[in-house]
Ligand binder design. Structure first.
Ligand code: CUA
Length: 678
C-alpha cells in the first residue's frame, strides 16, 4: 500500500499532467491488491536499481514530456562562439534545432553554395574595413520580436559580440534571413533588445572605436577620438528585416557600454544601457601602464545611460543628424542639448541592467558590489524635470543624483550580474562569484502583501559560475511564474570526463508560482559554443510553416522565379553557361546526369516539389563544397564554375525514403583538353 501512497504524494506536489502518466501506468499495470507487485512496485524497483531518491523521481516527472507530446515552452538560446542559435524545448530541455546565424552550417545548407545563405553571409561582411569574408560570429543576446510587450513569435534578433553585427531569424522557418554589419560599431555585447512593439531592435557598442568608423587613432587619444554608439535599427514589420535608411544612432561617450534593456509600460519610449570603465582605461601593462582590468575598476560609480528614443525620433525628423557610414547619427552634443541622454551613477563595475515587467524599476547588478541597486523610473523623470543633477561627465552629459533616483538596494551576495522577474513582484539575480541565484522583493508594489519592498528572500546554489538566467516569458510585461533557467559557465564535475573543454551547464529551476522555495529540477549539458543568454517563449505562440508554399525562395519568402513543378525539368546551354532546372522528389533528382564542360558556368535551380511534412531532401556534390537543405516546397539556386574536371557523384543528404541511398546522380565535367580534341 505504501507504494501507491507515495505516488499519490507525488501527485500532490503539483505535477498533475506528468503524474497522470504514472497513475495510468499504476492502474493499468497494477494487479490491484496493493502488494506492490504492479507498476508502483516497478517504479520502486527502477528507483532502487538506479539509485534514485524520491526527490529524483519527482524531478524526473517534472521534466518528462511523454513521447508524442510537445514541450510547453521553447528556449531561444544564443550559441556563443559557435555563431549559432539553439531552439530548446522546455521543460524537457531537448535541443530541437540548431539555427545558423553568423557561421556556415551544413545541416541548414547555410554557406555551402545555396544562394540564400551565401547572400546572407556576404551581405553581413563588414564595410569598415571592407574586404573580410567573416565565417564566424559570437552570438550573445537573442531578442524575440514583441507586440504589446509580449513575445509574438515572428522574428529573432541576435548580436555578434565579436564583429558588431546583428542577424535576423524568421520564425516562419527558423532560418537566418539577414546579417547586418552595424555601421560605427566594431563590437557589441549586451546592448540587444527590441522595443515593446518591435519598432526597433537596439544594439550598442561594447568597446568604443575611433570615430568615424574607418579612421585610425592610437589609444593614447582614447578620450578625444574614440566613441561608442547606441543604434536604433528600424524593423520592417512585413519582413522582419532591418531598414538602415530609417534607423539612427546616438553617439555615446567612450565608456564600455554593456547590458541594456528596453523601457516598457511605465517607461516605454526609453532604453537603458549599463556601462563600466568610465575611467576610460586602455591597458598598457607592458608599456609601464596599468592592466586594463585594474584601470577599469577604480571608480566607485560607473554610469547607467538612460536614452529617450521616442524623443530622438523627433530630433531625426527635425534633421538634427549627420550621415556617417550610411546611417543617421545624432552627435553627442545634440543628444545632450535635446535631452536625449542622461547618466545615472551605478556602483562598482555594473553588468546587468534589467527593466521589471511594470517598467517602473531598473535593476542593476554591480560585479564588484554585493548589492543589486533598484532605480525608480518615476524618480528618474522627476530628477530630469527638476534638473536635479550632480554635475556632468567629461563630455557634458548630465549626471542624475544617485540618492534622488535610487529606490532601494538589496544585499544579495558576491558578484551579482543579471536579473529576471516573475509576476508576483520578485527579482531573481544571478551571482557569478557566489554560484547562486538570489530572490528578492521588488519595490512598493509587491503583490505579496506581507513582504518588505526590498528584501532578500532566499538564494539557491547553481553549478557553477552562473552568467545569465532567464524566467519563462521573462523579458515580457507578464512573466510566467513556473520555470527559470540558470546558464552556468562551468560544469566542472557534473558530467562524464570528456577532455579539458567542458560543456556549459543549463539548470532548470522550479519557481513554484513565484511562491518558492526555489528548487533545482534538472541539469542540461550544452557542448556547443558558449550559450550566453536565452529567452523562453510559450510554445503556443509558435506559428512556423509546416512546409513552404510550392517553389519558395527561403531568402525572400516569395515564389522563386526559377521554381518548377514536376515535369518542368530542363537543361539549357547558352555559350559558356549551362542552366539546369531540377526537381527533387522521393527518391530521385530529375535530371540525374548533368553534363558540362570544364570552365562552364553552372546555374542550378533545384525545387523540392513535395508538399509532405518533413519530406526534406539534401543536395551535395562531392569535391565541390556544395550542400543544400531542400525543404518541402523550397527552391534553391546555385551558381558556380565547373573548374574541376572529373565525374562527381551528387546525392541526397537527408534520409528521405527507403531508396534514399539511390537518390543520387552524376555531375560530369568533361576536361577542356578532351573537349578540344573532339
Ligand atoms: Cu531524398 Cu534522401
Amino acid at each position: 500500500m505504501k507504494h501507491r501512497f507515495r505516488i499519490l504524494a507525488l501527485l500532490a506536489l503539483g505535477v498533475l499532467a506528468l503524474g497522470a502518466l504514472v497513475v495510468a501506468a499504476a492502474c493499468g499495470g497494477g494487479d490491484g491488491d496493493g502488494d506492490g507487485n504492479g507498476a508502483g512496485g516497478d517504479l520502486d524497483a527502477i528507483a532502487k536499481a538506479r539509485g534514485l531518491t524520491p526527490e529524483d523521481m519527482k524531478h524526473a516527472l517534472q521534466q518528462f514530456v511523454p513521447p508524442g507530446k510537445y514541450d510547453d515552452y521553447v528556449m531561444i538560446s544564443s550559441g556563443g562562439h559557435s555563431g549559432q542559435v539553439f531552439v530548446i524545448g522546455m521543460p524537457s530541455m531537448r535541443i530541437l534545432k540548431v539555427i545558423a546565424a553568423f557561421t556556415p552550417e551544413p545541416w541548414q545548407g547555410f554557406g555551402y553554395g545555396a544562394d540564400w545563405g551565401d547572400t546572407v553571409l556576404e551581405q553581413g561582411n563588414p564595410t569598415t574595413p571592407a574586404g573580410t569574408d567573416l565565417t564566424w560570429g559570437d552570438t550573445h543576446h537573442p531578442a524575440i520580436s514583441e507586440t504589446g510587450g509580449e513575445y509574438d513569435g515572428r522574428y529573432i534578433y541576435i548580436n555578434d559580440r565579436a564583429n558588431g553585427r546583428v542577424a535576423m531569424i524568421d520564425m516562419r522557418d527558423f532560418r537566418v534571413k539577414q546579417v547586418l554589419a552595424v555601421p560605427n560599431i566594431q563590437t557589441s555585447h549586451g546592448g540587444m533588445f527590441v522595443t515593446p512593439n518591435s519598432e526597433y531592435v537596439h544594439v550598442s557598442s561594447k568597446f568604443p572605436m575611433p570615430w568615424p568608423a574607418g579612421s585610425y587613432a592610437d589609444v593614447n587619444e582614447y578620450k578625444e577620438k574614440y566613441r561608442g554608439a547606441s543604434a536604433w535599427l528600424k524593423i520592417d514589420q512585413e519582413t522582419g528585416r532591418i531598414n538602415l535608411d530609417e534607423s539612427f544612432e546616438i553617439e555615446i561617450p567612450p565608456y564600455t557600454q554593456d547590458l541594456a534593456d528596453a523601457g516598457k509600460l511605465a517607461s516605454e519610449g526609453w532604453g537603458f544601457i549599463g556601462s563600466f570603465n568610465t575611467e576610460m582605461a586602455t591597458g598598457g601593462d607592458a608599456e609601464g601602464g596599468e592592466p586594463l582590468e585594474a584601470g577599469a575598476s577604480k571608480n566607485n560609480f560607473d554610469f547607467l545611460h538612460a536614452i529617450n528614443w521616442k524623443k530622438a525620433e523627433g530630433v531625426i525628423a527635425a534633421g538634427k543628424f549627420e550621415e556617417m557610414n550610411g546611417v543617421k547619427v545624432i552627435r553627442l552634443q545634440t543628444a545632450i542639448d535635446e535631452g536625449l541622454l542622461y547618466l545615472i551613477p551605478e556602483p562598482k563595475s555594473p553588468h546587468g541592467a534589467d527593466v521589471d515587467p511594470s517598467g517602473k524599476y531598473i535593476v542593476v547588478g554591480g560585479k564588484l558590489d554585493p548589492n543589486v541597486t533598484i532605480y525608480s523610473f518615476d524618480k528618474m523623470q522627476a530628477a530630469i524635470e527638476a534638473k536635479d543633477f550632480e554635475g556632468t561627465d567629461p563630455f557634458g552629459v548630465p549626471i542624475l543624483k544617485f540618492d534622488s533616483v535610487m529606490a532601494g538596494q538589496v544585499e544579495v551576495g558576491a558578484g551579482p550580474l543579471h536579473t529576471q522577474f516573475d509576476s508576483k513582484g520578485h527579482g531573481y539575480t544571478s551571482m557569478f562569484l557566489a554560484s547562486a541565484i538570489a530572490k528578492f522583493t521588488l519595490g512598493e508594489d509587491v503583490v505579496t502583501t506581507d513582504e518588505e519592498p526590498f528584501k532578500l528572500i532566499e538564494t539557491i546554489p547553481v553549478h557553477y559560475n552562473i552568467g545569465h538566467l532567464a524566467t519563462a516569458e521573462g523579458d515580457t510585461v507578464s512573466p510566467d511564474d513556473n520555470y527559470m533557467v540558470a546558464l552556468n559557465k562551468w560544469s566542472i564535475d557534473r558530467y562524464a570526463p570528456i577532455g579539458p573543454l567542458h560543456p556549459q551547464n543549463f539548470q532548470l529551476i522550479d519557481l513554484k508560482g513565484g511562491e518558492g522555495p526555489l528548487e533545482l529540477i534538472a541539469d542540461m549539458p550544452i557542448g556547443i559554443g558558449e550559450p550566453h543568454y536565452t529567452q523562453i517563449m510559450k510554445a503556443d505562440k509558435l506559428k512556423a510553416l509546416e512546409v513552404y508554399p510550392p517553389g519558395t525562395d527561403a531568402l525572400t519568402m516569395t515564389t522563386d522565379p526559377q521554381a518548377i513543378e514536376a515535369g518542368g525539368e530542363r537543361v539549357e546551354r547558352n555559350g559558356n553557361t549551362v542552366e539546369v532546372w531540377m526537381s527533387a522528389q522521393r527518391s530521385h533528382f530529375t535530371p540525374d546526369i548533368l553534363r558540362v564542360k570544364e570552365g562552364n558556368t553552372v546555374k542550378l535551380h533545384i525545387t523540392n516539389v513535395e508538399q509532405t511534412r518533413d519530406a526534406t531532401h539534401g543536395f551535395a556534390i562531392a569535391d565541390y563544397n556544395i550542400q543544400a537543405s531542400l525543404e518541402p516546397g523550397e527552391t534553391s539556386d546555385f551558381e558556380f564554375v565547373a573548374d574541376k574536371p572529373g565525374a562527381y557523384n551528387f546525392y541526397c543528404t537527408e534520409f528521405c525514403s527507403a531508396l534514399h541511398l539511390e537518390m543520387a546522380g552524376w555531375f560530369l565535367v568533361e576536361p577542356a583538353a578532351a573537349a578540344a580534341l573532339r
